[in-house]
Design a protein around this ligand. Sequence first.
Ligand code: SF4
Length: 269
Amino acid sequence: MNNFFLPLKVNVHLTNYCSYECDYCFFKEKKELNKEKMSLEIIDKIIFFMKYYKVPLVSICGGDPLLSENFLYLSEELLKNKNYIVVATNANNLTFDYVKKMKKIGIRYLQIGIDRISNLKEINYKEDGHILKMLKSIEKLKKVGIKYGIATCVTKENIAELFEVVNFAKKNGAELLKISFYIGNIPKYKLKNDEKEKLLNKIKKYNKKNENYIKTNLIEESLHYSSKYPTITITTVGEVLVEENNLKLGNIMDDDIGKLYYNYIKELK
Ligand code: SF4
């Protein structure tokens, strides 16, 4: 009997392919966009370890994980094993057929990325008509009863519009709005610390009157849970990284990832 374990939440980068090429994309900046899809061997290892260590929450993201031909397989296996999943997608091409398949295997929640409320590509960086397209996808989700939230990456360019996105999310029935801050190095998008602080204070005020509608890791009370055990990310090539500092612990194809994580936590103490 060992004491190995995994954190409450594990992120899985199922693919770094995406239908878009947002200028501020983390993968684009690292020149990794549209380069790699997770192999079935790695996916099967993930299914095994998530079950073995009873991980409560698995966030399936990318790129756009819905572009992976193995997305439904991974989701179904995790759900069968009682790992709750959240899917982070841009949901830009949802057909009714696909939405029904997601519902059938038990997917209950999608996190849809929307950064600006504009239908113009030169502003939203995705495509002309983006918001209209999103609304069509959202209608399909509502019809089958899959809930959704909106995720926004805040940059220097859209910070002034954040509350427009909040209003859009509320008006269209999103359960919540999750924000993260741009973490790259392009000056045009990079926020200064005082700009972030100012926004966080505004969010705190807003949240007091709106039942913590805006969630961010930087405001603990806005989250549904918090944990002293940091989240890990499994990349498309199976690398196991600590989310908060990107430290590489090893590779899922070579190691017991519960052991890797246990050793990391032990060293921190
Ligand atoms: S939608 Fe997301 S993953 Fe796709 S290019 Fe834009 S930022 Fe990157």
